[in-house]
Design a binder for this molecule. Structure first.
Ligand SMILES: Cc1ncc(COP(=O)(O)O)c(C=O)c1O
Length: 464
């Protein structure tokens, strides 16, 4: 939609609204895509055009875009309370219920839940708790955090520092000192020629060990990772990766922090992404799927040693000097409780596995006929399809061809919302998707891929 008409909603958006993760000049030329409403797994733009939202918005609306029970849960919560908080010993009644529910689902034994309102706040909270943990145990020098290339942990200053993406750092003079990045466990591009997966995993663990030795183990507080990197390109680590690197981390008394903001609540075919990849965290952050993003709410689950450290820190009667106004907001909590109830009623994990297998199988069949799909990857209902110039050599396209962006534009023309990350196309549909919805994605995806191939003059694999 080039050059928005004067005074249109699109033109006013360009004038008055600064967008997240958007190039402002390109936005001034194209204007926004104005979305007006949602129905199940579909959304409708201001011209009434329907799209299958195969990204669940931003990896978040697991229950789709029109779940009446969540609306009712919010309305009923508002009937009781517009707001209450969790400072100074107070709490809304339902906040206790959600804390108990999360602890019952937690893979971390004897956990407690801490509430915030965004994924960024949750990941940053884990860092502060890690600092307390070490300081109380007489190791105040343990302050650094190791994250990974291509990881994403949010946009506030510490969360952005932990991201492993140049665009999150470039203009802002980040990362902050003491925020380090180790290698991304990308099994497609990471291994060297003639290196098998076990060798690759051993090299990743050795690189981490080397970084810890170089920095000094006495300076490092924590390691943070998404079980499966979402925004970095849907990277599933190779088998044995987390056990191998956790062995290194434990040896040096470094806490393991899981960022479950995307992977939590069934997305990967287990309740937690950590379970899918064999990660055993000391703390975990969650958001998005906790409320299907119908209300901004996030949480941290923290293990007993962290709780003990907090108790020790404040044994003189001081308070825990941390908190967000809307931590444990009664409406967010009510929406989250209802969201989890629905996940349990729909038996979300087997459903995700079945739908994920159907989607992946269909994508693999499409890939087999394409000359430009290098890899279909993922777990459960978070999948990535990487397009490459030469699948046999895993050789990337010339970035100037903007193959991912072409796919995105063509997909939107076809009524499919995906997310391009370089030349990898992410699919992360609402978890309520059924067979018909999966087949609709496959049809739209296949049509889009054919058009992109035609535009590139790429041969079909079957015709070669
Ligand atoms: C893995 C992960 N962690 C953290 C965040 C940050 O969440 P928020 O945008 O709610 O701060 C995101 C956002 O996409 C994410 O994907």
């Amino acid at each position: 939609m080039p050059n928005p008409a004067p005074n249109s909603a699109e033109a006013r958006d360009v004038l008055y609204h600064l967008h997240s993760q958007t190039n402002a000049q390109a936005h001034a030329r194209s204007g926004p895509l104005v979305m007006e409403r949602g129905e199940g797994i579909h959304v409708f733009d201001s011209n009434g055009k329907r799209y299958l939202e195969a990204m669940a918005g931003l990896w978040c609306t697991s229950l789709g875009f029109s779940e009446a029970r969540l609306k009712r849960a919010a309305a009923e919560a508002y009937d009781r309370f517009g707001f209450y908080h969790t400072f100074n010993h107070k709490t809304p009644a339902e906040t206790i219920e959600l804390a108990e529910k999360l602890v019952s689902l937690s893979p971390i034994p004897e956990a407690q839940a801490y509430f915030a309102t965004s994924g960024s706040e949750a990941t940053e909270t884990m860092v502060k708790l890690a600092w307390v943990y070490h300081a109380v145990r007489g190791k105040p020098g343990k302050r650094k955090v190791i994250a990974r290339d291509r990881g994403f942990h949010g946009s506030t200053i510490v969360a952005a520092s932990m991201c492993g993406m140049p665009r999150m750092h470039r203009e802002f003079g980040l990362p902050l000192p003491g925020f380090l990045h180790t290698l991304c466990p990308d099994p497609y591009h990471g291994p060297q020629p003639d290196e098998d997966m076990a060798g690759f995993v051993a090299r990743l663990a050795a690189a981490l060990e080397e970084m810890i030795q170089r920095e000094g183990p006495e300076t490092i507080a924590a390691f943070i990772a998404e079980p499966i990197n979402a925004g970095g390109g849907v990277i599933v680590p190779p088998a044995g990766y987390f056990p191998a690197i956790e062995a290194v981390l434990r040896r040096h008394d470094i806490l393991v922090l899981a960022d479950e903001v995307v992977c939590g609540f069934g997305r990967t075919g287990h309740w937690w992404g950590s379970e899918t990849v064999g990660m055993t965290p000391d703390m975990m952050a969650m958001a998005k799927g906790i409320s299907s993003s119908y209300f901004p709410i996030s949480a941290v689950l923290l293990g007993k040693p962290i709780q003990d450290a907090l108790a020790e820190m404040n044994k003189g009667g001081e308070i825990f000097g941390h908190g967000f106004t809307n931590s444990g907001h009664p409406v967010g909590v009510a929406v989250a409780l209802e969201t989890i109830r629905i996940y349990e009623e729909m038996d979300v994990v087997p459903h995700v596995r079945a739908m994920g297998a159907r989607l992946r199988g269909g994508l693999e069949a499409i890939a087999a006929e394409s000359g430009i799909v290098g890899q279909v990857r993922g777990a459960g209902l978070i999948l990535g399809v990487e397009m490459v110039a030469d699948p046999a050599r895993r050789a990337a396209f010339d970035p100037a061809l903007k193959v991912g962006a072409r796919f995105d534009a063509e997909a939107l023309r076809n009524g499919l919302v995906i997310r391009p990350m370089g030349d990898t196309i992410a699919l992360c549909p609402p978890l309520i998707i059924d067979e018909a919805g999966v087949d609709e994605i496959l049809d739209l995806f296949s049509r889009t891929l054919r058009a992109v191939e035609a535009g590139l003059g790429a041969p079909r694999a079957a015709a070669e």
